[in-house]
Structures are given as structure tokens and as C-alpha cells.
Ligand binder design. Structure first.
Ligand SMILES: *Cc1c(COP(=O)(O)O)cnc(C)c1O
Length: 462
């Protein structure tokens, strides 16, 4: 059996899949400050209208414009690989496949949506795009995409990552973007936070507030904001992963996997692989679908399903999602991409339905899995990706104990070659596990008390 399963360029999916079309209970609408559902017009200062249309669409299939495919061909279709050496090491009867998203120019799944978003902004006449970034993966992905279309790019990078991960900042500069540490002196909100907490490590919530402020305050009207995860259109753009993977599994005679796994920060990487399989699950297929997060930022496993803001300054609409509270500042764990307080509403509604069964893992176990992965498969994974790998190993060991030949597929969301400081900390014994204390959780979710409550809508089928 082949260890890499490659699609021809001609076989790249030509449409994205929209889970909103098939969810048994529809998403609950985002709410404005008055508690009423927001209108597309209210989002117009932040996003271009063509993207807002995708955000609210419930159409099942959406065409991928040729201009986007032209750039995606640079690394897509991405290989589906079989982790044969890990299987052998574990002596598991499970077949382990992984969708390799590390082969993109910035090294993760994120350009799948960055390229699409920059394209739609360009078509809409936008000249500058602002964003935030945690570990720098998203910032570098957007910087890369902007460079392909000749659009100006400004990135607010969470302070702790700005200091820990200087190389991604340099990648952004190579691709011509401007990258500043957040909180920054460049926005009113950043200056306010710096005054109150000069030593704050920053957070994605703060950085989002800064990037949105930067976009909406541009009086020329030619600046918009871009978000790398969480929103419906981002999930949509990422489904190319799962759609390719389905075709690739078919090429080796596999109709469906038994288990689908992805790590989840804002949810887009997980969604990208999982949503096309979730469609099959909704239609009766027996598939276990598992999003994985760190115990230090346990949004899906311990957060409340509530209406909450996407950012710390409460500038975004209220979204119905699992959340730790918008003021949550996570412990400085090394998986910078998994430190967001909220989660994609589409993923969360899937969790409420029981379609997805989230788990959380400690970082030491994840690094241990990453090292085993590097010693067997050879590749050095991103710290985020290690959460998926550790879960895969758990499931492969379980398959061995049960004597079952399960098919496991996961998203290899990125390589770790820019994250070696995390490996350094692990190898020199400086990393510790961190579990969010109940007391801190109660405190951080207490901001949700006075916000509207979403309904818990589930069919009870899963
Ligand atoms: C950003 C990132 C994630 C988390 O992404 P979401 O799509 O927000 O869940 C996972 N893995 C890697 C390598 C990343 O860069």
C-alpha cells in the first residue's frame, strides 16, 4: 500500500462544502449590542460584502473561483499520507492517515482561507487588510496571500508569541506585511490595555480588538479586517481539506474512516477536515469525530455554550459558542494557535448535537507524542498538531486492545520548524502541565451572566 496518496491537480475540488446547509438545527444568529440579530450591513465596515454573503449562506455547495484555485495549485491537492511507521511502532491494526497541510508556503492549513479572503477583498476594491495572530501562523498565511494579490497587510501579534517566535514575524516581513506586538501603541484599545497591564502577555482577544479598530477607523473605507478562524466563511474555505481527503481515501478503497481527529483553536483546521465527513455522519454513517484542545484552554470541554463576544473589547457581535469568557487570558502554553477563548459556532452547534466529541490534553503528553512522531514518521509537527497526534495514538492503542482494524484520519495542520523553542523547553524539562483551576474558570465565565442565552437545540440522534 502507498504511503502517499496524491490527487492530480485536475481532481482538486471545485466547490467548498457548507455544513450550515445540513445541520439538523440551524445556527443561532449573531446578535448586536441591542440583543437583536445583526444584519449583513452592520458587518460591512469590517468585512467586504462578498465575504459577508458567504458568512450567512446556507447554500450547500459554493464554487471556488478559478483565481483562488490558481494559487492553491502551488501546493494543493495536498498529499494524504499513511503513518505506516507509527502504526508499526504501536503494533496497531489501525490504519492511520493524515492530511498533510504542512506543505503550504507558510507551513499550515491557514492559507486555504487566507488566499480566498484576500481574493474576495481584492475583488471588492479593498487595498489594506488588518488582522491579529497568535503563534504567527495566521499572520504569516495572510501576509503570504496578500503578497500574491499585491494588498497591504498589517498584523497585530500577541505579545508572548511576538517574543517567543521571532521567525514568523520575519516571514511576515519577507512577504511585505507590517507586524507589531499586541497590545500596541498603534490603537486606542492597545494604549488603554498597556496603561492598565504593562506586562500583559497579550491575548488573541486583545489583538482582534486592535485589528478591528484599525480597519474600521480608516476613513478612506479601503481597509477591512480578516479573521483566520471561527467564522462560518473560514470553515467553508477549509473544507477543501476534507473534500480532497475523501477522494484520496476512495483511491485506496476506503469508503469512510471510523475516526476523524483534528486539533481545534478557533476550529477551522478541525472543521476543514471534519465537516465533509460530518455530512456523511448526519446521513447515517458511523464516524467518531473528535476535536482536541489543550487543558490550559478548555473551551469545548469546560467552557459554557453561551452568547459571547469574539474579542476582549466587546466590539464583535455576540456569537453562540462554547467560551471561557471574552476576558480569558490563557496560561502561556506553547501551542499558541490553541489559546482562543471561543470556538467556531458551526463546530459548537455540532458539539451541542453530539456530532463531535471534544477532548482536552495536557501539553507534556502532546510533546511526548510529537517526539514519537518525529522518531517514527520523521516529520517535526507544530505544537498544535501534536494534540491531534496524541489523540491518534490513544485511539490506535485502543484499536489494538480491541483488536479492531479501524481507519483513523487526522489533520496534520502544520510543521513545527518555526516552533523549536517549544521543543527546546520540553526537551530541557522546563515545560509543565497546566489545568485551568475551577475557580479561575468560574471567574472568567462570570462575564457571560448578563449576556443573552442561546437555546440548546439538539435532535438527540447522536
Ligand atoms: C492555527 C493553527 C491551528 C489551530 O487552528 P484553528 O483553525 O483556529 O483551530 C492548528 N494547527 C496549526 C499548525 C495552526 O497553525
Amino acid at each position: 500500500m502507498d504511503v502517499k496518496i496524491q490527487l492530480k491537480e485536475a481532481d482538486i475540488p471545485k466547490q467548498w462544502y457548507n455544513l450550515a446547509a445540513d445541520l439538523p438545527n440551524p445556527l443561532q444568529p449573531p446578535l448586536g449590542p441591542d440583543g437583536k440579530p445583526i444584519t449583513p450591513e452592520m458587518l460591512a465596515p469590517v468585512f467586504p460584502m462578498n465575504i459577508i454573503e458567504q458568512e450567512v449562506s446556507t447554500q450547500r455547495w459554493i464554487d471556488i473561483p478559478e483565481e483562488i484555485l490558481d494559487i492553491l495549485y502551488q501546493w494543493r491537492p495536498a498529499p494524504l499520507r499513511r503513518a505506516m511507521r507509527l502504526e508499526k511502532y504501536l503494533k496497531t491494526p489501525a490504519k492511520i492517515f493524515y492530511k498533510d497541510e504542512s506543505v503550504s508556503p507558510p507551513g499550515s492549513h491557514k492559507p486555504n482561507t487566507a488566499v480566498a479572503q484576500v481574493y474576495y477583498n481584492k475583488v471588492f476594491g479593498i487595498e489594506k487588510i488588518t488582522t491579529e495572530t497568535g503563534a504567527g501562523q495566521w499572520g504569516s498565511a495572510l501576509a503570504y496571500a496578500c503578497s500574491q494579490f499585491g494588498i497591504e497587510c498589517k498584523v497585530y501579534m500577541v505579545r508572548i508569541s511576538f517574543d517567543q517566535k521571532p521567525f514568523r514575524k520575519l516571514m511576515m516581513q519577507v512577504w511585505d506585511a507590517k507586524c507589531v506586538a499586541s497590545p500596541s501603541e498603534d490603537t486606542e484599545f492597545g494604549r488603554k490595555i498597556l496603561k492598565e497591564m504593562p506586562d500583559t502577555p497579550g491575548s488573541l482577544g486583545i489583538a482582534i480588538s486592535e485589528a478591528v479598530e484599525d480597519a474600521v477607523k480608516d476613513e478612506t473605507g479601503k481597509t477591512r479586517y480578516s479573521l483566520g478562524s471561527v467564522l462560518n466563511h473560514v470553515m467553508l474555505h477549509q473544507t477543501i481539506m476534507g473534500l480532497e481527503a475523501k477522494k484520496q481515501l476512495k483511491m485506496v478503497g476506503i469508503d469512510k474512516p471510523d475516526i476523524v481527529i483534528g486539533c481545534a483553536g478557533g476550529g477551522s483546521n478541525f472543521a476543514g477536515l471534519a465537516f465533509p465527513f460530518a455530512a456523511d455522519k448526519i446521513n447515517g454513517a458511523d464516524i467518531e469525530i473528535i476535536p482536541v484542545e489543550p487543558t490550559a484552554c478548555p473551551t469545548m470541554t469546560r467552557g459554557e455554550f453561551a452568547y459571547d463576544y469574539g474579542d476582549t473589547a466587546c466590539m464583535t457581535p455576540l456569537m453562540a459558542m462554547h467560551t471561557l469568557g471574552h476576558a480569558f487570558v490563557p496560561a502561556p502554553i506553547h501551542a499558541g494557535g490553541l489559546r482562543y477563548h471561543g470556538m467556531a459556532p458551526l463546530v459548537c452547534q455540532g458539539i451541542v448535537e453530539g456530532l463531535f466529541k471534544p477532548r482536552s490534553l495536557h501539553q507534556l503528553k502532546c510533546y511526548e507524542a510529537a517526539i514519537l512522531w518525529a522518531k517514527t514518521e520523521g516529520f517535526i509537527c507544530a505544537p498544535e498538531t501534536s494534540h491531534a497526534i496524541a489523540t491518534v495514538i490513544d485511539e490506535a492503542v485502543k484499536a489494538k486492545e480491541e483488536g479492531k482494524e479501524k481507519v483513523i484520519i487526522f489533520s496534520y495542520s502544520g510543521h513545527g520548524l518555526m516552533d523549536l523553542t517549544g521543543y527546546d523547553a520540553y526537551l530541557s524539562g522546563k515545560l509543565t502541565d497546566y489545568e485551568l483551576p475551577e475557580e479561575d474558570l468560574n471567574k472568567s465565565t462570570s462575564v457571560l451572566k448578563d449576556l443573552p442565552k442561546p437555546q440548546i437545540k439538539k435532535t438527540g440522534k447522536w
